[in-house]
Design a protein around this ligand. Sequence first.
Ligand code: PRX
Length: 630
Amino acid sequence: MDLESFHRRSIDDPEQFWGEQAALIDWHAPHRKVLDCSKPPFTRWFVGGQTNLCHNAVDRHLATLAESAALHFVSTETGEQRSLSFAELHREVVRMAAIMRSQGVGRGDRVLVYMPMIPEAVFAMLACARLGAIHSVVFGGFASRSLASRIDDARPRLIVSADAGSRVGKLIAYKPLLDEAIRIASHAPEKVLMVDRGLAPIERVQGRDLDYAELREQHLDTDVPVTWLESNEVSYTLYTSGTTGTPKGVQRDVGGYAVALAASMKYIFCGNPGEAYFSSSDIGWVVGHSYIVYGPLIAGMATVLYEGTPLRPDAGILWELVERFKVTVMFSAPTAIRVLKKQDPAYLTRHDTSSLRALFLAGEPLDEPTAKWISEGLGRPVIDNYWQTETGWPILTVAHGVEKTPTRFGSPGKPMYGYDVRLLHEETGEEVGPNEKGVVAIVPPLPPGCMQTIWGDDERFVETYFTSVPGKMVYSTFDWGIRDNDGYYFILGRTDDVINVAGHRLGTREIEESISSHPAVAECAVVGVADQLKGQVAMAFAVLKDPAAAVPTEQARLALEGEIMRTVDRQLGAVARPSRVHFVTLLPKTRSGKVVRRAIQALCERRDAGDLTTLEDPSALEQVRKAVGA
Ligand code: PRX
């Protein structure tokens, strides 16, 4: 069938379409109704069906793939390597579930996972799924303040963590960051389960902190059966940034997510049981949830869990891993490829990558030179795919499992089955024509796998996502897009204050709040500025409480800039650190007091700042211009 008819069918008759896809996973009890969208924009899929993500990712394969590889862990940071079969993965997940259960964790309880890329992190996620507990994985690169706000929102019964992670040879001790986060959080967890990798000392808090190895010994043979869940119960929450400083807990279901991932593995990624899948993302991001942990395992594939960077020990490491595990499907981000592009191209051919069928790239715009360089270098198709934490799986791409649609440079492709994608005019809400810029929107019902709501805040879910286009209850992606005459979409950047640094989604408001917490800072503005390597970087403009006293000399200025950067490092993590902090005496604002971030961003990118007639004091923009040398 061609992609267009496949897509048409999914939109015209979602019940029939997704009813068929439901057969891709195991159910303990079948659904009564495929789709319930009686309370728009809320959507319930496979109502009444009972299933479990852990069962589908692990137990289900024991009959046919027990001795087949399920997880290949490689750390080029510590030199560790470990492979587990599905049978071994099953044993470890059950043990982890037994430990959690012994600490009172059960159905509906939250478990926060703050961990480096180690197998125990995957065990923890799957153990939660097994018990019906809700995991909330926080990216290991985040620091105490980011962690604390997520702890307070999720209110976990248990936190699972480890002594340390490592990045580019630098040890990141997690425990002190975690202890600090718990100290500043209002809702401390009852227990903290620590995995000790032997990398950093762990200071145990009596009565609260537990040792994983010790408890594992006690539960080597404890059986923990799968808890069958109604399809619409909550599998996990994953925090993501938006326009406000408070992160949103993207909440996902069980059955819809499992079906959506299974379908995507079949139609988009074309992976087969017994093969290996390698995604170089991190479990702390949505790509890690969908395509390191659940997607590949549901498809019966071995997943490669990689703690390391693309350049160490050398620029061939990603391809060496492809060769080592005979990877057939690979997933990465454009930034990683841009980093490699600066290295000797010989690294691309030094290893046997003939097992690879395609390389999928997502998370940020894929520029044509990068796409060409890597697809020619590898001699393999490169498939751009566009989606969000909110959707859980690709919105736009090509689906070679449906039809071999040709790709087009600069375009992630066409709408995937299940997504009724429209481009709407920002002000009128009307559909725009071909080659006209509009907001990328999705007409509900959102397909299976997409967010159910924002954790604990249905109102914010509706307000945030379904009210921004005038006159229509449609889901806004907050991305600008354009469609060519042949139906290929192109993504043109965010409509809101979210920025994308090396494929990491960050909220400028969170960074602003962190900078403003520095005692010398009165107020500040952070914008995302185009960067050749990272896609975007954060650029900060700060007004000091006492401008004259604080930066009398260049040396003092540099010292203060460094201090502010360290504040962000300490509170949010190095990923959020602005590339520069410029000091100005006032921020460009409209007469109603709104900081004109788009104008600041334009100046930083040497573009026209647009209409300045609404500015309260145009000299503020002059200062920005001077600061960035525009
Ligand atoms: O702006 C879009 C950009 O990343 C945002 C979503 O980021 P996140 O929630 O972290 O999910 C990433 C899942 C891959 C989008 O709103 N984005 C993502 N993929 C692409 C992209 N921009 C252009 N092209 C893409 N392929």
